[in-house]
Design a protein around this ligand. Structure first.
Ligand code: ADP
Ligand code: MG
Length: 484
């Protein structure tokens, strides 16, 4: 069997044990590039596919390879660029999400130097200047959508809380229907989901002004459906969605409990999915946590790429404030920016609200704000904010609490004495700071986001049954907030 035949046979076997959505998403454009001395190297088109193959379905793949050729011992993946135009973003994804391992450098090296100029790689917070052709004028093409041209990738600040979600959305905007379908972004209120979803629409529109984009919220979708039933125009309603090239639905959690809407949505979803049309969804929680939603719909949501947005850290909040003050043609010095960012920590909408209040009040009184002026202006907002703790503090206090070294939390060791504290630390970082899984993985010595996800789910499940664990977590939490 040559490499091509071997891989074909493996895929044939895998197709039976993996859902169709996953199969189509992750195995598209993969192949075996070498098979020597019991070691197989698989070429994949991007970092997400690599992560999926190596961490999620690795056992299936290995079993199948071994079954077909018994001397195969292991496999690994390398990322191979398919098209020249993808190179910039691929390198961006790899570097920003930390999916870096040695074979990937193959592709990182092939990135033209101009790519590094466009995307400042390595910085935790980066602001991407507007490309010269993204003028408001060419965004205002008559379209069947309700996109707000204000929401673009260019003015979306990238921090470790949102870099995976941002990278995935950007990649999708450059490869409609070909990479991840659907793409599902979730996170708490005011953390940038709508901004990101609309950025996909605006970016696609910028490149292809004639494309049919449908942007709506699940709430609006329901309202429209009800209206169409009343007017006996359900067929037209469905058709208006089914002819979209790109369907973006915001706040999909509102489908919860609406059975009729779910049925119609399911049909629309399938029609578009089967025609390789891109679907982009957001929700305030992951698919498995949306209550009263049909299982078949839930599994559709889980069949593509899922990325979460966490709460931004101080550095990211400061960067966001800077760009928002500039957008308002207002000026605040670094001290003022830091003060606001340190005191308004819940989400970005609140941060913007605080800034609006200061700008309005200063413009009204025609003054430049001092710190004490800002303090007064923000009085109630500041009082309602829980004193911020940092990921670093969680690392430090967790290690202290369990009497281990902070480095043990980051090292690879699998001893019970360190695995348990590590999982508790990850869980706390998630629950207390809503840090994204990918970012938590980085704090804990470069672990991938699925490992973090499993750790958090494990602790969450154990808490219900294990009283001792419950006490541990409660007293650790008290220490986190009290002893500062
Ligand atoms: P969500 O849909 O998650 O509730 P939004 O997308 O409406 O949140 O974001 C709230 C506000 O915060 C918007 O004005 C948005 O532009 C801004 N915002 C959120 N994330 C970012 C970011 N990373 N960079 C710049 N602005 C952001
Ligand atoms: Mg929103």
């Amino acid at each position: 069997m040559n490499n091509e035949e071997l891989w074909k046979a493996v895929l044939g076997e895998l197709e039976l044990s993996i859902s169709k959505g996953e199969f189509n998403t992750w195995f598209k454009n993969t192949s075996i590039v070498s098979n020597e001395n019991g070691r197989v190297v698989i070429s994949v088109p991007n970092g997400f596919a690599r992560e999926w193959l190596e961490n999620k379905v690795n056992m299936h793949i290995l079993q199948s390879l071994k079954h077909l050729q018994s001397d195969i011992q292991e496999f690994s993946c390398i990322i191979t660029m398919l098209e020249q135009k993808n190179i910039q973003e691929q390198s961006f994804i790899q570097t920003q999400t930390g999916f870096t391992a040695s074979p990937q450098r193959v592709s990182a090296q092939s990135v033209p130097s101009q790519a590094t100029q466009t995307y400042p790689i390595g910085a935790t917070v980066s602001y991407y200047p507007t490309p010269p052709n993204a003028t408001q004028a060419n965004l205002k093409v008559k379209q069947e959508h309700a996109l707000n041209p204000r929401y673009t990738f260019e003015n979306f600040i990238v921090g470790e809380n949102n870099e995976l979600a941002r990278a995935a959305c950007y990649a999708v905007s450059q490869n409609l229907g070909r990479l991840y379908n659907p793409i599902f972004i979730y996170g708490g209120v005011g953390l940038g989901k709508t901004h990101l979803l609309q950025s996909v629409g605006n970016e696609v529109l910028r490149q292809q002004p004639d494309i049919r984009i449908k942007y709506t919220t699940a709430d609006w979708f329901t309202g429209e459906l009800v209206e169409s039933i009343r007017n006996q125009k359900v067929a037209e309603f469905k058709e208006s969605y089914q002819k979209a090239d790109l369907l973006i639905i915001d706040d999909i959690q509102f489908l919860s409990g609406r059975e009729k809407t779910q049925v119609e949505f399911f049909h629309i979803f399938n029609t578009l999915y089967q025609a390789n049309k891109q679907i982009v969804l957001s929700s305030d929680r992951p698919p498995q946590a949306i209550p009263t939603i049909e299982d078949r719909l839930r599994s559709r949501f889980q069949g593509g790429m899922i990325a979460d947005i966490g709460r931004p850290d101080l550095e990211t909040r400061m960067a966001i404030l800077k760009i928002k003050t500039a957008e308002r043609h207002f000026y605040l010095d670094d001290e003022a920016i830091r003060f606001i960012a340190e005191n308004v920590t819940n989400n970005i909408r609140e941060l913007e609200g605080a800034l609006n209040r200061i700008v309005a009040s200063c413009e009204f009184h025609k003054i430049t704000p001092t710190i004490s002026y800002i303090k007064k202006a923000l009085g109630d907002i500041i009082a309602n904010t829980k004193r911020a703790i940092s990921p670093e503090r969680i690392m430090k206090m967790t290690a202290e609490f369990y009497s281990i070294e902070e480095d043990d939390l980051k090292r690879k060791g699998r001893k019970k004495e360190v695995v348990h504290p590590r999982q508790v630390g990850m869980y706390l970082m998630r629950m207390e700071l809503q840090t994204s899984f990918a970012a938590i993985g980085k704090h804990f010595g470069g672990r991938d986001h699925t490992t973090v996800l499993h750790a958090c789910e494990k602790i969450k499940a154990d808490l219900d049954e294990n009283l001792r664990l419950k006490e541990e977590v409660t007293s650790l939490k008290e220490k986190l907030y009290r002893e500062q």
